[in-house]
Ligand binder design. Structure first.
Ligand code: NI
Ligand code: MN
Length: 224
């Protein structure tokens, strides 16, 4: 499986056949690695409805026919726009032929650009038996440790930019709580308020925890 960082909090997980697209904010994203018209998607996953996560979801879902997984209030808004949705709530699991997705808590706020209030989530993804945990937008909180206790994590996709989420120093403790084999940082350097040093985060996490950190530039791929 390839994990491709598309900039900000957007990633694809792909084996060349199936592509899971997460938080596709591409149009208006100064760090976007691909255009919304070109990105592949079999399934789209949304951690929450802020504009920098919902992004181009409706256009991509309509072009590709991808089903979208989002928490129920957000899924309802997308369903009204003609998108094929799955609408779990926190703790719910949605199954696919490639694996499953479970919504877990994230501490944040969220209202969509159209005004729908929705509860933010993290997404625990089983992609053909590799477990990927996209933390969504969150601050540091102790229940992060429950996710990895329940399902040992191969890859944690972790926000580190601060201001809107935890910063890279709080994220060291988050990495310790999650206990992933590998952490890939995101949600930094897209805009001035979230500029940070991902390579410092890497050396701090690798000295303080058992996790490895892989820093990807937008467009770069990690072969999982
Ligand atoms: Ni947000
Ligand atoms: Mn965000």
């Amino acid at each position: 499986m390839d994990i491709r960082f598309l900039g900000h909090a957007a990633f694809t997980l792909s084996d060349g056949d199936t592509t899971v697209l997460i938080d596709p904010f591409l149009t208006g994203n100064p760090k976007a690695a691909i255009a919304a018209e070109d990105v592949p998607a079999t399934t789209i996953l949304l951690t929450h409805g802020h504009g920098d996560h919902i992004g181009d979801t409706v256009a991509i879902a309509k072009r590709t026919g991808a089903q979208v997984v989002a928490i129920v209030e957000l899924a309802n808004e997308l369903g009204e726009e003609g998108v094929d949705v799955r609408d779990p709530n926190l703790g719910g699991t949605v199954k696919f032929d490639w694996g499953w997705v479970k919504l877990v808590p994230a501490w944040h706020t969220s209202t969509t650009p159209k005004g729908t209030v929705n509860t933010p989530a993290g997404m625990l993804i089983n992609f053909k038996d590799t477990i990927v945990y996209h933390l969504g937008d969150t601050c540091l909180f102790s229940d992060l440790q429950l996710v990895g206790k329940r399902h040992p994590i191969d890859y944690a996709l972790m926000c580190i930019g601060g201001h809107y989420t935890m910063d890279r120093v709080d994220a060291i403790e988050a990495a310790a709580l999650v206990g992933a084999k590998t952490v890939i940082p995101c949600h930094y350097n897209t805009f001035p308020p979230i500029e940070t040093d991902a390579h410092q985060f890497k050396s701090d996490v690798e000295s303080a925890t058992g996790s490895d950190v892989v820093v990807l530039d937008p467009g770069q791929v990690h072969a999982a």
